[in-house]
Design a protein. Structure first.
Length: 187
């Protein structure tokens, strides 16, 4: 009888997928496992891929190092504003990325009225000379440089609302010179 029970047990466990006598429940699920279709993998994989791409975009912008040089390469904007001491010329310099920056070097500014009256100055500037520009002007709050044109330097008072040409030439101590010419109106 012992041999019959042992042979019966061997037959029932040898049938794959069958629920034989003495068979473990974990073993039957091993044979009944269904395979996922390609569509199911796409439905699972696509959101995972999109989430990884989003994480990469966010993470790479946080880890990116700033390799763009902050050297000044151009004058972004020039404005001619009124001031209690006369007229004020404000300008902002920018780097290659278009961000406001400072410059150390030689600066030449020339202001010319259409009738030929000219005021000019040359000076050496450092990065410390660039500050937030005064309120009330077109460039208020931006980091830039201001020059006051005293009313005493003009042979006559500038025509209010009249056109003027402002030239700014910058020769950085360690870079390439740049300049701009702007048509402005006296305030």
């Amino acid at each position: 009888m012992v041999t019959v029970a042992a042979s019966a047990r061997a037959r029932t466990t040898a049938v794959p997928g069958g629920a034989g006598v003495g068979q473990n429940v974990g073993q039957s699920s091993q044979f009944n496992r269904s395979r996922r279709s390609v569509g199911a993998w796409v439905m699972i994989g696509l959101p995972v891929l999109l989430a990884l791409t989003f994480a990469w975009q966010v993470g790479s912008s946080l880890l990116r190092t700033e390799i763009v040089a902050r050297d000044a390469v151009a004058v972004s904007r020039v404005s001619l504003e009124s001031d209690v001491a006369g007229s004020r010329i404000d300008f902002v310099v920018v780097g290659r990325g278009g961000q406001e920056t400072t410059v150390s070097g030689d600066l030449q500014i020339k202001l010319r009225e259409p009738d030929g009256a000219v005021w000019q100055t040359s000076r050496t500037v450092t990065a410390a000379d660039f500050r937030p520009l005064p309120d009330g002007g077109l460039l208020a709050g931006r980091i830039g440089y201001s020059v006051i044109v005293p009313a005493t330097d003009w042979l006559r008072v500038p025509r209010r609302g009249g056109a003027a040409t402002v030239s700014v030439n910058v020769v950085p101590a360690d870079g390439t010179a740049f300049s701009t010419v702007a048509e402005e109106r006296f305030p």
